[in-house]
Design a protein around this ligand. Structure first.
Ligand code: ADP
Length: 448
């Protein structure tokens, strides 16, 4: 087992990894930017190294700085968390050549999964149903028009390197396609340094359903059930739950069997998520793989009792899944996660600043993963996630009621947060019915 791990991240996920390491008896090294000097991950790690100024390009994304910090502190491995360098195949390779274990899949697998287009090809080959779409990138407006005509409108243009809901455009008719293709390519080029775009069928009123994978380095794969992440604003998740109200035990069993085969075939190792869209008929279509731990992993932890981050570390150290998962995976009860963002709940404008007062809810079935404390400053440089409220209940209805009372007891003063928005959504009969799709938030906001 590793003796010391460097965490190449900040915020709640850096703390989450520190928790796992403490429980495994592993020492930790935090890295931080000048803006995060007073952060809790710096305080709770055994050692901490400042790796640069606030701007992430010069700190959390700066590979030489992170590797130097790992070398001077003499760590065995690096946990990348999510975001930042977590899906950077080049970084994973540099770790390996520097004699450091990268806690994640192998660089070539990260590279394939990092391209939505290559991932689609790999998953189709491995036997999973994919969203109907172009066989390769869209070379020209004419090529796009020809492919879209074959698929049938509406279609969606997507950046192969895309993430965070950027670089996507829904095209309702042929006349819109050339303009939207140029926009999607420009956005993708700017955000991901790769303008490649492909086209797929736009699924109407889909549910976003994703499966949690754990795979060891000995060819064993386990699936930890699914998460429903249909509550999204502008393709970004706000509320996630497990299990999905729409996935039957039979469908879960079938997908588990198919995914075990597919993930083994692509040589997947460590933790990952396979994302699908479910159409109105209940059919699932693959969209992408996230080759890292997800923000929403705690809902799976609560219903399976499996510590996903500890599993990641043990897998990276070479342990077989049989030693990590000592019992068959079972899903018990229901868990819901609300992402508490530092933003205005009505306008969604970011709300950085000092948290002047804070009360974190607790009690039975309530988990809060956060880096916030009274008097901490939410910097404007990074994503707006301040806390995750994750509530567990014996069923969906109890998980909702518990989340509502925890939201009542969750007080953040000094900045705006999405707490009031979550309260309204969880009180909404449409949400409570479980009959939700990715268009829910747009409808909900229009209703007000
Ligand atoms: P990103 O990597 O940017 O998060 P994804 O491929 O995971 O992009 O898609 C994010 C969201 O965009 C999905 O959860 C869904 O709401 C919407 N979306 C993506 N592809 C389609 C599609 N073919 N049809 C309808 N909605 C889609």
């Amino acid at each position: 087992m590793f003796k010391k791990i460097l965490i190449a991240n900040r915020g709640e996920i850096a703390l989450r990894v520190i928790c796992a390491c403490k429980e495994l008896g592993i020492k930790t090294v935090a890295v931080y930017s000048e803006a995060d000097r007073h952060s809790l991950h710096v305080r709770f790690a055994d050692e901490a190294v400042c790796i640069g100024p606030a701007k992430s390009a010069r700190s959390y994304l700066d590979i030489p700085s992170v590797i130097s910090a790992a070398e001077i502190t003499n760590v065995d491995a690096i946990h990348p968390g999510y975001g930042f360098l977590s899906e950077n195949a080049n970084f994973a390779e540099v770790c390996e050549t520097s004699g450091l274990t990268f806690i994640g899949p192998k660089p070539d697998v990260i590279r394939t999964m990092g391209s939505k287009q290559l991932a689609r090809e790999a998953m189709a080959k491995a036997g999973l149903p994919i969203v109907p779409g172009s066989a390769g990138i869209v070379e020209s407006p004419e090529h796009g028009l020809e492919t879209a005509a074959k698929i049938g409108y509406p279609v969606i243009l997507k950046a192969t390197a895309g993430g965070g809901g950027r670089g996507m455009r829904v095209v309702n008719e042929a006349s819109e396609l050339p303009g939207m293709l140029a926009q999607a390519q420009a956005e993708a080029g700017g955000a991901f340094a790769c303008p490649d775009v492909y086209v797929e069928k736009y699924i109407r009123k889909p549910r976003h359903i994703e499966f949690q994978v754990l795979a060891d380095q000995h060819g064993n794969v386990e699936i930890l059930g699914e998460r429903e992440c249909s509550i999204q604003r502008r393709h970004q998740k706000l509320i996630e739950e497990s299990p999905s109200p729409r996935v039957s035990p039979e469908l879960r069993q079938e997908m588990t069997a198919r995914l075990k085969v597919a993930m083994k075939e692509v040589g997947y190792t460590n933790a990952g998520t396979v994302e699908f869209l479910m159409d109105e008929d209940g059919s699932l279509y693959f969209i992408e793989v996230n080759a890292r731990v997800q923000v929403e992993h705690p809902v799976t932890e609560l219903v399976t009792g499996i510590d996903i981050v500890k599993a990641q570390i043990r897998i990276a150290a070479g342990e077989p899944l049989s030693a990590i998962l000592t019992e068959p995976v079972t899903i018990r009860g229901h868990a819901i996660e609300c992402r508490i963002n530092a933003e205005n709940p009505d306008t969604f404008a970011p709300s950085a600043g000092r948290i002047t007062g804070l009360n974190l809810p607790g009690g039975i079935g309530v988990r809060v993963d956060t880096w916030a404390y009274t008097d901490c400053v939410v910097p404007p440089y990074y994503d707006s996630l301040v806390a995750k409220l994750i509530c567990f209940g014996k069923d969906r209805s109890e998980a909702i009621t518990r989340s509502l009372r925890a939201l009542d007891m969750f007080i953040v003063e000094g900045i705006h947060t999405s707490i009031p928005l979550h309260h309204r959504i969880l009180s909404d009969p449409e949400f409570q019915s479980g009959d939700i799709d990715t268009g829910y938030i747009a409808r909900f906001l229009a209703k007000k």
